[in-house]
Design a protein around this ligand. Structure first.
Ligand code: BGC
Length: 257
């Protein structure tokens, strides 16, 4: 059937401001052509998001399994938290919701935390590809701050380091990329906040490498050199596409066997 060949997957990355999807070449770790992005519906409720995910998938010639990321802790297809999406996600069986909307069986859908998907892609194809020994922390700076942790290349899922308390604040409310925009911070001002945040991460973890991702990794030269931390920090290689690529890779695994 068209669009189900091994070596390919479909990934959809659901974020606080946009929902993006594309067919993924899982050998190359790259998008196959142009991704489609649709703004996240106001309120970010489960049904409205599922409609957009279905619109995105159906606009491609794709009939195989689909990986979907959510900015939520996700276990066994269930969303268990909802920081930057509607609270009604909490307790939603997201795998079942997407399977119904996409007209697929639940075992053709995989739902994962967005930062875990992005981290997986970075470790396989991006800045972490030659760092499969030791502890790597991948952080995504976007609407919130997402985290994923890899120990000798293996994912420890659902870490939520974006919500560490730093100087009395929820870290992502001070140091997410969206806050830089909302408060009109200069790169230097924002880098100070990111430094405080990374220092807090370093007090509870001693990673060997930190990979900084999200849209702001495109402008890494403006802020990475300003960080004052012990751990080496690399800019993500896949930039904003990491979530789609990671989700597509996970979906392609559903074809195996
Ligand atoms: C959520 C995480 C998510 C991150 C990035 C945080 O607010 O709690 O689950 O990975 O935002 O979207």
């Amino acid at each position: 059937m068209v669009g189900t060949a091994k070596g390919r997957g479909f990934g959809v990355d659901v974020g606080g401001s946009g929902i993006k999807g594309c067919v993924v070449d899982v050998e190359a770790g790259a998008l196959e052509g142009e991704r489609l992005r649709i703004p996240t519906p106001e309120g970010a409720e489960p049904d409205a998001i599922a409609d957009v995910v279905a619109d995105i998938v159906s606009s491609f010639d794709w009939h195989g399994p689909v990986g979907v990321t959510l900015p939520c802790v996700v276990k066994g297809g269930m969303a268990l938290t909802a920081a930057n999406v509607h609270k009604s996600w909490i307790g939603t069986d997201a795998a079942e919701l997407f399977a119904k909307r996409l007209g697929r069986a639940t075992d053709e859908i995989i739902v994962v935390n967005d930062a875990d998907a992005a981290g997986l892609a970075e470790m396989r194809f991006g800045a972490g590809r030659s760092h499969h020994k030791g502890v790597v922390v991948v952080l995504t700076f976007g609407t919130g701050i997402g985290s994923s942790v890899f120990v000798d290349g293996e994912l420890v899922p659902n870490t939520e380091f974006g919500h560490l308390e730093v100087d009395g604040h929820n870290a992502e409310k001070r140091a997410a990329a969206s806050i830089k925009e909302d408060e009109d911070l200069s790169w230097a001002e924002w880098a100070k906040r990111v430094t405080r945040y990374l220092q807090a991460v370093e007090t509870v973890m001693w990673p060997d490498l930190i990979i900084a991702g999200g849209g702001v990794s495109k402008k890494a030269e403006k802020w990475l050199p300003l960080l004052e931390v012990k751990t080496p920090v690399l800019a993500a290689g896949l930039r904003n596409d990491a979530g789609i690529v990671g989700a597509g890779c996970m979906a392609s695994q559903l074809l195996v066997g």
